[in-house]
Design a protein around this ligand. Structure first.
Ligand code: PLP
Length: 253
């Protein structure tokens, strides 16, 4: 049953989605790229499963979430509705959430330490799934990672991400781990800095990684505020929340 509220929300999401697709197309044109190379991940954190269902109806196939409890609930609700979606886990992940995350995640973007790799691999193998993984890198300019986290205002362990020097080791470990598939790299641009240098470093890290692991073609970069810059630096996956769904309550990252 479609209520009037659903109809209004659907129209709002449709308009935002059309605007976003146009923005992606313009950024691709400026960068000399084909829009088909860029996958839109709708980041639905803090928004209800009904929004995910509307987005799915509008043709969105990839959904991003950053908290396990919220993601697990929404993935289950959407599965019960018969929706077939790819769930991307994009938030900081604790080892004790690995079992839950591998039960619904198509791709985990936030793999930044060895303990997480073994935990995800063991749990994925246990349930007979293969989970795609990205190495999350922290590529803030001159700041040390701890300072960068403080500067980003991320708090509580920060936005995560390994230093670029650890990328090869983490990638090799993912590639060697049964149950996991190495697919590429991810970053969150440092807040309050020009995002282009960080995205450019991510592109370099991706090129180095692909020399060893040709299948690791994913570059996950770009949010609502820096989507064009990310596309200019080769992003293959953009993670968009606010520009598609509207503002979130301020305390939720
Ligand atoms: C929330 C979030 C996004 C989306 O951010 P918007 O600015 O709302 O587009 C992208 N990536 C990560 C890791 C996030 O946590």
């Amino acid at each position: 049953m479609i209520t009037r509220a659903d109809g209004a929300r659907r129209a709002e999401l449709a308009e935002n989605l059309a605007g976003l697709r146009a923005q992606i197309a313009a950024a691709c044109l400026a960068a000399g790229r084909d829009p088909a190379e860029v996958t839109l991940i709708a980041v639905t954190k803090t928004f209800p499963a009904s929004d995910v269902a509307l987005l799915a109806d509008l043709g969105v196939t990839d959904i991003g979430e950053n908290r396990d409890a919220e993601a697990a609930g929404k993935a289950a609700e959407c599965a019960a509705l018969g929706l077939s979606l790819r769930w991307h886990f994009i938030g900081q992940l604790q080892v004790n959430k690995a079992a839950s995350v591998v039960s619904y995640a198509y791709m985990v973007h936030s793999v930044d330490r060895f303990r997480l790799i073994t935990a995800l691999g063991r749990r994925a193998t246990a349930v007979g799934r293969e989970v795609r993984c990205l190495v999350q890198l922290n590529l803030a300019g001159d700041l040390a990672p701890a300072a960068a986290d403080a500067a980003s205002g991320a708090g509580q362990g920060g936005r995560g991400g390994a230093p670029a020097a650890e990328a090869a080791g983490l990638a090799d470990a993912i590639a060697a781990e049964p149950g996991l598939l190495l697919r590429g790299v991810m970053t969150v641009a440092p807040l309050g800095e020009d995002p282009v240098p960080a995205f450019s470093r991510l592109r370099e890290a991706s090129a180095q990684l692909r020399a060893r692991h040709p299948q690791a073609t994913v570059i996950s970069a770009g949010m609502s505020a820096d989507l064009a810059q990310a596309i200019s630096q080769g992003a293959t996956h953009v993670r968009i929340g606010t520009a598609l769904l509207g503002g979130r309550r301020a305390f939720v990252r």
